[in-house]
Design a protein around this ligand. Structure first.
Ligand code: SAH
Length: 275
């Protein structure tokens, strides 16, 4: 009787700090017979949870075909094979390209989500991505590099919504980000925050600037890779003198889990929504 093939687990390693891997992801690493990790973006320390004798391979110098062949081979020998990816595997992670050969070979696979660098960058900078009455929408995007943007997704068009933008893979194209935001009518003093290596101990850098000066500030800090660009009308809100309150925690606003402790009118808010 032949043994069942192993399962390939696409595990989100989170943004860098090994403590930001999910408990589920860590448990899988502890049981893994083989781990293929994206060494260009995932710190090797993320494989510290692997058991002794686990096969560990950095995919940095491999092609997609090479990675698929490695995973298929590992599955023939191990019940648990982990592909460890930076952040969340579903964002700019070539997930489909890797799962299709597995499907074709009849190998089962699953995905374990991870903390995306978009969230880690906001956390590092102490910023919120949504703010009542300012922006309630987050766009995760990039500018065109060697990968073109599909029709309708040019940054200029997305920026016209004036929502929060988390811009991946674009730090070397900051001039293009500036051009697009200007074309969409963002003012020169619009705040922009760039976070380099969010959550990496000793390496994280947070650069705060404006549309006008963010490129120069990043050049001064020599940031040329692994950076998240956050552009949002909510940036810096913790320093604003006036702020619309989130209705969820307002004393005048009751909901499913809490009765209002004062009338909505006295709390100075409009009714009609729940959060
Ligand atoms: N799946 C990943 C994104 C991979 S694409 C995620 O969910 O985060 C690689 C891009 O992600 C980089 O160019 C950079 O824009 C961003 N990135 C990844 N790790 C980062 C980190 N620790 N700090 C800031 N940006 C990061």
């Amino acid at each position: 009787m032949t043994a069942l093939p192993g399962t390939v687990w696409f595990v989100g390693a989170g943004p860098g700090d090994p403590d930001l891997i999910t408990v589920k992801g860590r448990r899988l690493l502890e049981r893994a017979g083989a781990i293929l990790f994206a060494g260009s973006l995932v710190d090797r320390s993320a494989t510290q949870f692997a058991p002794a004798h686990c096969e560990i391979r950095d995919s940095r110098d491999m092609t997609l075909e090479g990675m698929s062949a490695w995973l298929l081979d590992a599955c023939a020998r191990h019940p648990v094979v982990v592909r460890l990816q930076t952040g969340d595997p579903g964002l700019y992670g070539a997930l489909v390209e890797m799962t299709r050969p597995l499907d074709a070979a009849g190998i089962p696979w699953r995905v374990v989500p991870g903390v995306s660098s978009a969230m880690a960058a906001a956390a590092a900078a102490g910023e919120t991505l949504t703010l009542p009455e300012v922006t309630q929408t987050v766009i995760l995007t990039r500018v065109a590099g060697r990968t073109p943007m599909p029709p309708g997704e040019a940054l200029e068009a997305l920026a016209a919504h004036r929502t929060t933008l988390c811009i991946f893979l674009s730090i070397t194209l900051l001039h293009e980000v500036q051009r697009a935001l200007r074309a969409a009518g963002w003012p020169e003093d619009a705040p922009i925050v760039v976070v380099h290596k969010a959550s990496w101990a000793g390496a994280e850098k947070i650069v705060r600037g404006t549309l006008a000066d963010i490129k120069r500030r990043c050049q001064d800090e020599k940031i040329a890779s692994q950076a998240m660009i956050l552009a949002s009308p909510a940036l810096g809100a913790r320093l604003w003198p006036d702020l619309a309150r989130s209705k969820l925690y307002d004393p005048g606003f009751g909901h499913r889990f809490r009765k209002a402790s004062m009338p909505a009118a006295a709390a100075g808010i409009a009714t009609g929504e729940t959060a």
